[in-house]
Ligand binder design. Structure first.
Ligand code: NAP
Length: 448
C-alpha cells in the first residue's frame, strides 16, 4: 500500500471531514484485482470447470487514471464477488478486453479504459475522495455504495429507461477501473448512499444482485409481481436468488425456492421461505443426454411445486439457462411469466414452444437495473427492509480464491472482499438500527 493510500485510509478510519480528505494527495497508482491482456488465451481449449480464477486474477499496481468532469474517485473500503468477475477471470464467453477496446474508441475519456490490464469488480462501498468539476450531487467524504449501470447521460437513448441505452455497459466488467481495487473510477450517476447500519463489507455486497432482483420482480420493467403471487426461484440461496426470496416475501407472495443442499434448504426456511425444493435430493434430470430433454422430468418437477404450494408459479425467476429453461417454461402457470437475466449453464436455450404459446406464457429478458431501480433497491436496504446476504469475507489478496468459490457454487449468498477496511465490522454509523436487525443482517454469515 502506498503512503498516500495509507494516509487516505487512516483519515477515513478516523472519520476525517470531507475537506480534509479532499486535501490529501492522491496516489500515483493503486492496487487492484486485474486480468491481464497477455494472458487472455491462457485457458484456451480447457473445459470451463478447469479454468481457474486463482491463476488468472492478480493484484497489480496500476496507474491512477485521469478524472473526467462527471466522475468521482471512490476510496473502496470493501467490494464483492459477482459472477461477472468469474466470467472475466475465465475469459468466457469472451475476453473482456474486447469491451475495453470498443469503449476506448468512443471518446478521449473512453480511451483511458483500453489498457493491457482490466481492473474488475462491479460492487463497492467506500468514501468519495474527489469529485470532477461537473459533479453536483456528491461531495468528498460521503459514504457511498456504487451500482454498476454505466451509461452516458448525454445519449438520448439513455433516458426513460437507461438499461435501453445504446451504449449501456456494466462497470467493472465492460469498463475498466472497477470496484475490486483501492480506488475506483465511478460516474457520479452510479453513486448511492451507504446504508448506515451496515459494515463496509455488508454494504458492499448488495448493489449488483439486489438491484437485478428488484428489476426482475418488482419493477414495471420486469415481472411486476403483485401480492399473493407464487414465484419459483432457481438458486434461491445464491447471489440474486436470496434477494429474490426477500422481495417475494416482502411483497406478500409465496416463494418456492430451489437449492441443491439440505443446508441451503434450512437457510431458506429460516428466511421464511417455507416451500423449498432440493434439486439434488430429488435428482431432477431434465436432460437425458446433451441433446435431449425429458418432459417426464418437467412434469415431476411441476408436481413437486404443486405438492408444496397447490398451484403453478405465476413467475419463474430464471438464470441457470440451458439446464433449466425447458422446465421453467413448462411449469409456469397459464398466462405466467418466465423472467430471465442469465444462462449460467449455457446460453443456447431449448424449450417446447407449444407450452409457451398454447398457454399464453411470456419469456422476458432483464438486465441489471436503471439508476432509479438501483436507488429504490438501495433505499430498501437503507430502511432495513432488505438485508445483505454476506456469507464470507476475503481479503483483496485472496480475490482469486473468492472467485473460485463462486465459480464452483461453493458459497451461499454473497462473498465480500475487504479492500481498504483493515478488518470486518467497521463503518457502522447507526448502531441502534443494526442492533434491532442483527439476526437478519448476519443470517448468511452464521450459516456459512
Ligand atoms: P450464484 O451466487 O452463483 O448463484 C447461482 C445459484 O444458481 C447457485 O446458488 C445455484 O444454486 C444455482 N445453480 C447453479 N447452476 C445451476 C443449474 N445448472 N441448475 C439449477 N440451479 C443452478 O450466482 P448469482 O450471482 O446468483 O448469478 C446467477 C447468474 O445470473 C450468473 O450467470 C450471473 O452472471 C447472472 N447475473 C446476471 C445479472 C444481469 O444483470 N443480467 C445480474 C446478476 C447476475 P443451487 O446449487 O443451490 O441450486
Amino acid at each position: 500500500m502506498s503512503t498516500e493510500i495509507d494516509a487516505i485510509r487512516t483519515a477515513i478510519l478516523e472519520g476525517a471531514p470531507g475537506d480534509e480528505l479532499a486535501a490529501l494527495p492522491l496516489p500515483a497508482s493503486f492496487r487492484g484485482a486485474v486480468v491481464r491482456a497477455d494472458e487472455q488465451t491462457m485457458f484456451d481449449g480447457m473445459p470451463s470447470e478447469e479454468k481457474d480464477p486463482r491463476v488468472s486474477l492478480h493484484v497489480d499496481e496500476v496507474a491512477l487514471p485521469e478524472l473526467a468532469p462527471d466522475e468521482v474517485y471512490v476510496a473502496v473500503m470493501a467490494s464483492s464477488i459477482n459472477f461477472n468477475t468469474v466470467w472475466s477471470s475465465i475469459f468466457e464467453p469472451l475476453p473482456t478486453f474486447q469491451f475495453l477496446k470498443r469503449l476506448g474508441k468512443e471518446s478521449i475519456w473512453g480511451a483511458r479504459h483500453d489498457q493491457p490490464f482490466h481492473v474488475v469488480g462491479s460492487d463497492a462501498a467506500g468514501v468519495v475522495l474527489r469529485v470532477g468539476s461537473a459533479v453536483r450531487q456528491w461531495k468528498p467524504g460521503e459514504a457511498v455504495t456504487v451500482h454498476c449501470n454505466y451509461v452516458d447521460d448525454q445519449d438520448p437513448s439513455s433516458h426513460d429507461d437507461a438499461m435501453l441505452a445504446s451504449n449501456q455497459r456494466i462497470w467493472g466488467f465492460e469498463s475498466n477501473y472497477g470496484g475490486l481495487a483501492e480506488v475506483a473510477l465511478v460516474r457520479s450517476n452510479q453513486l448511492m448512499p451507504k446504508p448506515k447500519h451496515l459494515t463496509w463489507e455488508e454494504a458492499a455486497v448488495n448493489a449488483l444482485t439486489n438491484s437485478t432482483s428488484y428489476r426482475m420482480l418488482v419493477s414495471p420493467n420486469g415481472a411486476q409481481m403483485t401480492q399473493g403471487q407464487t414465484v419459483l426461484i432457481w438458486g434461491a440461496g445464491g447471489g440474486i436468488g436470496a434477494y429474490a426470496v426477500q422481495y417475494v416475501l416482502n411483497g406478500g407472495g409465496t416463494p418456492v425456492g430451489v437449492v441443491s443442499s439440505p443446508e441451503r434448504a434450512a437457510l431458506l426456511r429460516e428466511m421464511g421461505c417455507e416451500a423449498v425444493i432440493d434439486r439434488k435430493a430429488e435428482a431432477f434430470r431434465f436432460w437425458s443426454d446433451d441433446h435431449t430433454q425429458d418432459p417426464a422430468e418437467w412434469r415431476r418437477f411441476g408436481k413437486s411445486i404443486r405438492e408444496l404450494v397447490g398451484v403453478d408459479p405465476d413467475i419463474v425467476f430464471e438464470h441457470p439457462g440451458r439446464q433449466t429453461m425447458g422446465a421453467s417454461v413448462f411449469v409456469a402457470k397459464r398466462g405466467g411469466m418466465i423472467i430471465t437475466c442469465a444462462a449460467t449453464s449455457g446460453f443456447t436455450i431449448e424449450y417446447d414452444n407449444r407450452y409457451l404459446w398454447m398457454n399464453l406464457k411470456t419469456i422476458k429478458g432483464s438486465h441489471f437495473a436503471n439508476y432509479r431501480e438501483a436507488w429504490e433497491a438501495n433505499r430498501l436496504v437503507c430502511e432495513g427492509k432488505i438485508h445483505p446476504t454476506l456469507s464470507a469475507v476475503y481479503s483483496l489478496d485472496d480475490v482469486g480464491e473468492a472467485a473460485y468459490q463462486v465459480h464452483h457454487n461453493l458459497h451461499e449468498g454473497k462473498l465480500g472482499v475487504l479492500v481498504l477496511a483493515p478488518e470486518e465490522g467497521l463503518g457502522v454509523t447507526d448502531g441502534a438500527t443494526r442492533e434491532r436487525l442483527l439476526p437478519e443482517i448476519t443470517r448468511f454469515r452464521r450459516h456459512a
